[in-house]
Design a protein around this ligand. Structure first.
Ligand code: HEM
Length: 306
């Protein structure tokens, strides 16, 4: 691996023998270097059955994994996965179809009318995800999408965990029954959850910061706090760790949200500080927010009707 600066904080290691081995990396340069080192890969580089128990237990209550069908959302697949290019191209082509002026006006009206989060999330889900289904995504599915688990803190609360599992199953059943057979149901199911869980807050932040550059808003408040990887080599990460990682067992957490805030670099809001394997929705999101900011500035609250 490349030489490192010595001033940066070392990664934190959390180790509970036979249960958890976590390496938490917050330094932006360390994130970039470790990501490209070949010493870590995506979680599903290993068969699901062989992953640490806590990983399987946690992720099956999130929007990223479907344990019944053994499916993982695309960023959890190694670039070497045989279906990676096909799945990536499908999502990128669909997202590139963009949005309409009427989509922008709808969201601007809702924001100016102080509509609640559910109403905002429902309309944003339609704008982003109707393209995959060719029809409206029903209200109950958008409601379920609020409840997939979003943090370890939630996952340890039994009622939140069980609600997450139920919600995840309901969304996946809907996707399986309503998408074309060639479409990966979790790649789309995830997107409903992501829009519901991340976008309402992002829209309100935008409305509160109409004069601020979009990149400043969404590096200071990056919607995705972290991205996980798994060790594929028994490496000490060029001396950053006092003992080697265990391939297939040690999970590395990149704190990309913190890195985005520290660097003001939007490539940490949508990935690990580099263009490769960054979010395919980033361009859509940034353009939509910039256009919406313009519409909101032209359409003061008192003129809005809802
Ligand atoms: C504000 C909303 C969103 C944020 C902040 C966000 C953020 C991210 C981040 C940080 C990654 C990198 C994950 C990693 O390296 O492990 C990522 C990857 C990805 N995102 Fe998003 N995302 C958002 C919404 C979406 C939506 C709505 C879609 C699809 C319509 C989408 C599709 C993807 C895909 C396909 C990847 C994987 C790209 C690859 O691995 O090559 N994202 N996203």
């Amino acid at each position: 691996m490349a030489n490192r600066t010595t001033s940066a904080a070392r990664p934190k290691r959390i180790k509970i023998p036979f249960l958890v081995d976590l390496v938490v990396v917050s330094d932006p340069e360390q994130i970039r270097t470790i990501e490209t080192s070949g010493e870590v890969d995506r979680l599903h580089a290993y068969a699901t059955a062989s992953l640490p128990m806590w990983v399987k237990t946690y992720f099956r209550a999130t929007k990223f994994h479907d344990s019944d069908r053994d499916l993982w959302f695309l960023p959890f697949e190694s670039t070497a996965h045989p279906e990676f290019a096909k799945r990536h191209a499908y999502l990128a082509d669909e997202v590139a179809k963009g949005y309409t002026d009427s989509d922008l006006q709808t969201i601007a009206r809702l924001l100016n009318a102080n509509a609640d989060d559910d109403a905002l999330a429902f309309e944003m889900v339609q704008i982003v995800n109707r393209r995959f289904f060719g029809k409206e995504i029903p209200h109950p599915i958008c409601q379920f999408a609020k409840h997939t688990v979003q943090s370890f803190g939630e996952a340890v609360l039994p009622w939140k965990y069980l609600r997450g599992r139920r919600s995840q199953k309901a969304i996946m059943n809907h996707c399986e029954q309503n998408l074309g057979k060639a479409v990966h149901p979790l790649d789309v199911g995830h997107n409903i959850g992501e829009v519901v869980q991340a976008t309402s807050l992002a829209l309100r932040r935008l409305k509160d910061n109409l004069e601020k550059p979009i990149e400043d808003i969404f590096t200071l408040h990056a919607p995705t706090p972290q991205a996980p990887r798994i060790a594929v080599r028994a490496s000490r990460l060029d001396g950053l760790l006092s003992s080697p990682m265990a391939p297939g067992k040690t999970v590395v957490i990149f704190k990309i949200g913190k890195a985005a805030a520290m660097t003001k670099d939007i490539s940490f809001t949508f990935g690990t500080g580099r263009p490769e394997r960054s979010c395919i929705f980033a361009r859509f999101f940034l353009r939509f927010m910039a256009d919406l900011q313009r519409v909101l500035k032209q359409q003061p609250d008192h003129k809005a009707g809802y």
